[in-house]
Design a protein around this ligand. Structure first.
Ligand code: G6Q
Length: 538
């Protein structure tokens, strides 16, 4: 597969020229019914409405050229077949396949990668047997009672995706089943979760691909100690999800063990056992299959070469237009759904850890902007917080709204002629229009400039199936953008340095090194603090 520098693509020159005079959303009649009807596509239960982006047919045509020239669809297909694309040519790098899509490619006789899908199916079968044993009373607590809560202990990719999906779908939880999450090494995280738990009815799912993550191992010990204190045997309560032959790959220590594989990156692992175990415990296995089916459908949709029929590709290209050509440095993801309250946090990791890179696939320094800052909070809460800046601030922030026509619980009340769900959706649509159209006023303080881009993802209801599609929509979008920018979206070297320094500082705090060592140390960053008299010791 040929990876070319973004700035060498001829479409990039053309887009730069078009960006000199992009369409103005406040121009009279620009936002017409025809534009709304034309700049809209549907896929996997979602409508994507993009009339409020600063694009026109010319821009879309050149974005299509960019997609073709950079062979974005070919690249995603080859990723799914198992090409080793997690690498930097000529330099030590992870040198791995990227096969999270195989976890959900379980519905076809001829999956893209036979081996990875066979492993995914095998793990799903193991999970089904484990759930059956919980169901039929073969796995119970010491009093013969069923387990009601699963606590997932993990951090980063082993926490954010599963936690976001759990919150998104807890309306579908089976009776008397719930989940809690512990991630932070801050002891108060675990303490707060453990404070009100009946440990005897709780299973703990320790999730770590590497089996070496400080936070997770620490929290596992904290939990084990809590069981011991209550006179309970941790071996009857703790299960593990880890990489094959990791230090946690020790079935003796756990009630049950599941694998995830090295070709699944942490932040892309929500549809592997990393997410499936806790989600299946709470929701049941059928709902997990629905999540996988939605994700798989979106993976298939990502293979379409026409950008106007490929939702993740179109979103990726519009994102590139806003970021690289209109110069907008951030993206706000604004779900009008309380259930998606943790989804922006998951996307922050998935997007920024993937595309927050400055080195090309050939080890050169990029000469163009790569991943934007991603942030967001659920609406309407955000409206009462940071929307002031979105409407009248000096920073223009492209907004991605996500909303649903119906609520999940369908427990709603008509007040003043409308339900709360109708109010919610009306607010979302109104915000998008207000950002685009603005409003004139003689009072400068009440003037809204408008011409601020946004798009809307709209579905009937947040279900397991379309939660899966939504997850895969963003995963594929992130991969497409990384391919276009010629960066490796699948490693995370940038998180290492801070960890190394923290380990050295910790040694200092616990007094493993004498004063002399410190001054002779090859860690000038830490000596900076010490010589300035800044101490974290008590
Ligand atoms: C994600 C990253 C990172 C990882 C955590 C947890 O892509 O690799 O967030 O998921 O550091 O790692 P373990 O699962 O190995 O504990």
């Amino acid at each position: 597969m040929e990876f070319r520098d973004f700035s060498d693509l001829s479409a990039v020159d053309q887009l730069q020229q078009l960006a000199a005079s992009p369409c103005d959303l406040t121009a009279p009649n620009l936002l017409s019914p025809e534009r709304f009807a034309g700049y809209r596509m549907s896929c996997c239960d979602f409508d994507f409405l993009y009339a409020s982006q600063r694009i026109d047919d010319n821009v879309l045509a050149v974005l299509q050229e960019l997609a073709d020239e950079a062979q974005l669809v070919e690249k995603i297909c080859s990723m799914k077949r198992g090409e080793v694309i997690n690498r930097i040519e000529g330099f030590a790098s992870e040198e791995r396949q990227v096969l999270h899509t195989a976890c959900r490619d379980i519905f076809r006789n001829q999956p893209d990668n036979q081996e990875a899908t066979a492993q995914a199916k095998q793990q799903l079968e193991l999970l089904q047997s484990f759930l059956q044993e919980l169901e039929n009373g073969r796995i119970v607590n010491h009093k013969g009672e069923p387990f009601t809560t699963m606590v997932q202990v993990g951090i980063g990719g082993s926490d954010l995706g599963p936690r976001a999906i759990f919150h998104a779908l807890s309306a579908y939880a089976r009776p008397n089943k719930t989940a809690r999450f512990i991630a932070n090494v801050d002891p108060d995280d675990a303490a707060a979760v453990l404070a009100d738990l009946d440990l005897s009815r709780t299973l703990v799912n320790v999730v770590s691909k590497s089996g070496t993550t400080l936070e997770t191992l620490t929290n596992e010990l904290l939990v084990r100690e809590a069981y011991a204190k209550d006179g309970l045997d941790p071996a009857r309560h703790i299960i593990a999800v880890t990489g094959e032959s990791s230090p946690m790959d020790d079935p003796e220590r756990y009630l049950a063990s599941f694998y995830m594989y090295d070709y699944i990156g942490g932040r892309y692992s929500a549809t592997s056992m990393v997410g499936a175990v806790t989600l299946a415990f709470v929701l049941g296995i059928d709902q997990v299959f629905d999540i996988l089916a939605g994700a798989h459908a979106m993976d298939m949709a990502a293979e379409e070469t026409n950008i106007r029929k490929n939702m993740p590709l179109l979103m990726a290209l519009i994102g590139i237009w806003n970021h690289n050509f209109l110069g907008l440095p951030t993206v706000a993801v604004l779900p009008y759904s309380q259930a998606l309250s943790r989804f922006p946090a998951h996307l922050q990791q998935c997007d920024m850890e993937s595309n927050g890179k400055s080195v090309t696939r050939q080890g050169g320094i990029v000469r163009w902007q790569t991943g934007p800052v991603v942030w967001g909070e659920p609406g309407t809460n955000g409206q009462h917080a940071f929307y002031q800046l979105l409407h009248q601030g000096t920073e223009v922030v492209p907004a991605e709204f996500i909303g649903f026509r119906n609520s999940q619980y369908r427990r709603d009340l008509k007040i003043k002629g409308s339900t709360s769900q109708q109010k919610l959706v009306a607010n979302m649509l109104a915000q998008s229009l207000a950002l685009a159209l603005g409003s004139s006023s003689d009072n400068p303080n009440k003037y809204f400039p408008g011409n601020r881009p946004s798009s809307i993802l709209l579905a009937d209801q947040l279900t397991p199936y379309n939660m899966g599609s939504l997850l895969a929509l963003y995963e594929n979008r992130i991969a497409f953008q990384g391919f276009a920018w010629n960066i490796n979206s699948f490693d995370q070297e940038g998180v290492q340095l801070g960890k190394v320094l923290a380990t050295r500082l910790l040694a200092e705090i616990i007094g493993e090194r004498g004063e002399q060592d410190v001054l002779d140390d090859d860690s000038p960053e830490i000596n900076l603090l010490l010589q300035a008299g800044i101490s974290v010791k008590k």
